[in-house]
Design a protein around this ligand. Structure first.
Ligand SMILES: [Zn+2]
Length: 482
């Protein structure tokens, strides 16, 4: 860092001498290269760039420069309950949020969760996040969600949802229309409709799809979730003509090949939340099947009520799950996998371009190319023994790096994190907001319900007899005795 304050708005920024993963169409990798940012755009990427005299210079030596990462499905309001559901299953999650306690959340609680989640995202180099906001049971909640997203200098897409009503109810209400007109039309915030399709043969969700079509906004939907949504929902969407290239299918883990064919044929993409699918039980993380159907993949973290919101863990878990499946399938056939299909380069692509393609933002973000919006991440950590040697850059991002290695983040050309610290954000206010929500929820739920919710019962496990602990042969019964 040479000249001046990196947070000073409006000055050009030049990163010097980094290993640049451009993530352009050819996945060009440039060693010892620079990235120049002027205004909200990337002005140039290359070696030994000339920079304007007033440019802020950031030394990227020993680091990796990559595009800001993109999360296509995160229930940001739930970040107010960070870690509470670490031991949940999907069933316990549904009972807690959908049935028992989700409606306790007030607009200020949605706001508190969203602010914290937004800060968490940019801190981890996730510069674009879809807020899969299904706790919007009134428009006041929606305004609070939008206010929160607008208060943090990241790029956000508000995916509007409400689990307390059918989508055919809330999406057709005048209040919802008014919200869209007031807060979204022509504004900076991206927008989607977020709802699930139950498979009811009368297809009541049709009315909500029609609203999405009329407003020309994408639909994002939890599809192929064990015990919740299935192939019937996909078939109904397809038969009614509501599967489009902008549709995002979240999880898509418990689907038959016919559904994958319908998704592939209509050009939609799947948001894979590997850590969630592995732990909660939506189905096996589906990248192994999506690859075979040539369906686009983006990555997501789902909810910080279980996991933290960084895409390093998403990339790592996705590589592991895909390869584990490939090995296991092969072993069942008495075969050996000698070449893994899924590469580190693929998951880095999914964490960047996969997201920009899914969101229809590929000409704006997702790659480091002149003319693109300047959403830039520098991974550099001089104090870490894990940052060298840098031999395989994609492998380094997917398997070695972590949130603490995120040194600098730019969103829209603005420095939002520098030297490992968020810049120009009020973390103390975010903390106060979440603390107020937590104490309100503890009061509203009562101590017993709060404690039980966090500590679900453990089912009984029958421990098998262990033949190696037997000590004595009983000749009479011809058995080992303890
Ligand atoms: Zn979800």
């Amino acid at each position: 860092m040479s000249a001046g304050d990196p947070a000073a708005d409006g000055r050009p920024v030049v990163f010097r001498n980094g290993l640049v993963l451009t993530m352009d169409d050819r996945h060009t990798v440039l060693p010892d290269a620079d990235v120049l940012v002027v205004g909200d755009r990337i002005a140039a990427v290359g070696v030994g760039l000339d920079a304007p005299a007033d440019a802020v210079e950031i030394d990227a030596t020993g680091g990796i420069l990559m595009p800001g990462m993109i999360d296509t499905h995160r229930h940001m309001w739930q970040t107010a309950m960070r870690g509470y559901g670490a031991d949940w299953t999907l069933t316990q999650y549904f009972v807690w949020y959908y049935l028992d306690h989700g409606r306790l959340f007030r607009p200020e609680d949605v706001h508190a969760g969203n602010v914290l989640a937004a800060l968490e995202a940019i801190d981890a180099g996730v510069t674009t996040t879809v807020d899969w906001s299904h706790g919007l049971r009134t428009v006041e909640h929606a305004d609070a969600a939008a206010d929160a997203l607008e208060s943090v200098p990241g790029r956000f897409v508000l995916a509007y949802g409400n689990i307390q009503q059918g989508p055919w109810e809330w999406a057709t209400s005048p209040e919802f229309r008014d919200f869209h007109r007031r807060r979204i039309d022509g504004g900076r915030l991206g927008f989607q409709l977020a709802f699930d399709v139950t498979g009811d043969p009368s297809f009541p969700e049709k009315a909500a799809f029609e609203v999405a079509r009329e407003l020309d906004v994408p639909v994002t939907t939890h599809a192929g979730v064990w015990g919740a949504t299935n192939d019937d929902g996909i078939r109904l969407m397809h038969e009614h003509g509501f599967m489009t290239p902008s549709t995002v299918y979240v999880h898509a883990a418990t689907l038959n090949p016919d559904s994958y064919h319908r998704i592939a044929a209509t050009g939609g993409s799947v948001s894979v939340s590997t850590e969630s699918e592995q732990s909660a039980g939506q189905g096996y993380p589906p990248t192994w099947a999506l690859r075979r159907h040539d369906i686009g993949v983006s990555l997501s973290m789902d909810t910080s009520v279980w996991w933290s919101g960084d895409l390093f863990s998403a990339m790592r878990a996705t590589l592991g799950a895909d390869r584990a499946r490939e090995h296991l399938d092969a072993h069942a056939r008495q075969e050996t996998v000698t070449h893994a299909h899924l590469r580190a380069e693929h998951v880095v692509d999914w964490a960047t371009r996969g997201g920009s393609r899914a969101l229809g933002m590929d000409s704006q973000v997702g790659s480091l190319q002149a003319g693109r919006k300047a959403d830039v991440v520098l991974l550099r950590n001089d104090a870490s023994p894990v940052m060298f040697p840098l031999l395989n850059p994609y492998g380094h991002v997917a398997f070695q790096a972590q949130r603490g290695d995120v040194h600098t983040v730019l969103v829209d050309g603005r420095v939002v994190k520098h030297e490992h610290r968020l810049v120009g954000v009020d973390l103390a206010a975010a903390r106060r907001g979440v603390e107020a929500t937590v104490s309100y929820l503890m009061d509203a739920m009562g101590e017993e319900a709060w404690r039980r919710g966090m500590n679900p019962d453990i089912p009984a496990t029958a421990v098998l007899d262990n033949p190696y602990t037997y000590t004595e042969w009983d000749a009479g019964s011809a058995q080992w005795k303890h």
